[in-house]
Design a protein around this ligand. Structure first.
Ligand code: NAX
Length: 343
């Protein structure tokens, strides 16, 4: 039998945490043959609720769950973890300035970065879910310099999955028949959901979404808006923000990262930019990636597209370029704001 993998979930007493921990304990994140030990962290005011979640995990008698650590101590929570899913953070409350929210999260991510750096297992993989997700991940990276930058990511898979869902409804195919949408940039309303390279299996053949949805105006307008604003639509309907879909997407993110993406399919992940696609280096920006052997690789642009053989690169048109730059600009501003909170 495999050795258990230790998975940290911060903010585990919150609503995403409540949906996420049973998925992990059932093998949705790491596979049905992978035992896990859950490490759950929250803050002292939530300690009792956290203990209640631990009681329910015991009561659910998950065969793969080999242990549960429920704690308000960051060091205990981070010790020897192989995977860290960072859901805990300070939410924006009505009337609060952006800078105040940023400042709270910068201080949380700075201290949790140090704890992870000192106490997590070597090669620990980190996924930041808490907003502002890209910038929290960047702060975590800056304050955990010994964790390889390749190991620090943020969640845009929910946005990616939302885009797949919208295309599936529009074209009238199962969502599993849609692939290769892209979320570029920030997990915010400036994100760019891009279907330029997306395909659908229809009547047994793979076809470009653009050839099936003749309404280009919808793809360039309504579709983008729906995906960008979906979080707000869920809040309006549920009076609570997305939780089950966020938890499910976090499992998808880690599963594909660890176990690999299917041949010919890419997914969206917020990763440390190396300057690919002329996105400024040094931002955590969502790119199309493929994963193999536990490592992600940005799907690369190619400038040899003329040959028309199927090269893996993606061509970026002017419409896309503008949207990719706008969301990069927002991230550059967020980064500056985060840094101004450090001094
Ligand atoms: P909740 O408020 O239900 O839960 C957050 C939990 O974090 C609470 O239990 C709180 O006590 C805990 N917490 C606060 N500070 C902490 C700290 N320093 N250490 C450990 N735990 C701490 O929020 P929930 O709905 O679960 O959302 C969690 C985060 O995910 C939010 O920041 C939210 O904005 C973000 N989201 C990100 C998404 C994404 O796609 N990247 C989508 C869903 C979600 O909106």
């Amino acid at each position: 039998a495999k050795d258990p993998v230790r998975v940290l979930v911060t903010g585990a007493a919150g609503q995403i945490g409540y949906a996420l921990v049973p998925m992990i304990a059932r093998g949705v994140m790491l596979g049905p043959d992978q035992p896990v030990i859950l490490h759950m962290l929250d803050i002292p005011p939530a300690a009792e609720a956290l203990n209640g979640v631990k009681m329910e995990l015991v009561d659910a008698a998950f065969p793969l769950l080999k242990g549960v650590v429920a704690t308000t101590d960051v060091v205990e929570a981070c010790t020897n973890v192989n995977i860290a899913v960072m859901v805990g953070g300070f939410p924006r409350k009505e009337g609060m300035e952006r800078k105040d929210v940023m400042s709270k999260n910068v201080s949380i991510y700075k201290s949790q970065a140090s704890a992870l750096e000192k106490h997590a297992a070597a090669n620990c993989k980190v996924l930041v879910v808490a907003n502002p997700a890209n910038t929290n991940a960047l702060i975590l990276k800056e304050f955990a310099p010994s964790i390889p930058e390749k190991n620090i990511t943020c969640l845009t898979r929910l946005d990616h999955n939302r885009a797949l869902g919208q295309i599936s409804e529009r074209v009238g195919v199962q969502v599993s028949e849609v692939k290769n949408v892209i979320i570029w940039g920030n997990h915010s309303s400036t994100q760019y959901p891009d279907v330029s390279h997306a395909t659908v299996i229809s009547e047994g053949a793979e076809k470009a979404v653009k050839s099936l949805v003749s309404d280009d105006e919808w793809l360039k307008g309504e579709f983008i808006k729906i995906v960008q604003q979906r979080g707000a639509a869920i809040i309006k309907a549920r009076k609570l923000s997305s939780a089950l879909s966020a938890a499910s997407s976090a499992c998808d993110h880690i599963r594909d990262w660890v176990l690999g993406t299917p041949e010919g399919t890419w997914v969206s992940m917020g990763v440390y930019s190396d300057g690919s696609y002329n996105v400024p280096a040094g931002l955590i920006y969502s790119f199309p990636v493929t994963c193999r052997n536990g490592e992600w690789t940005i799907v690369q642009a190619t400038y040899m597209i003329k040959s028309r053989v199927s090269l893996p690169g993606l061509e970026i048109d002017e419409f896309s370029r503008k949207k990719m730059d706008a969301t990069a600009e927002e991230l550059t501003e967020e980064k500056a704001l985060a840094y101004s909170c450090l001094s």
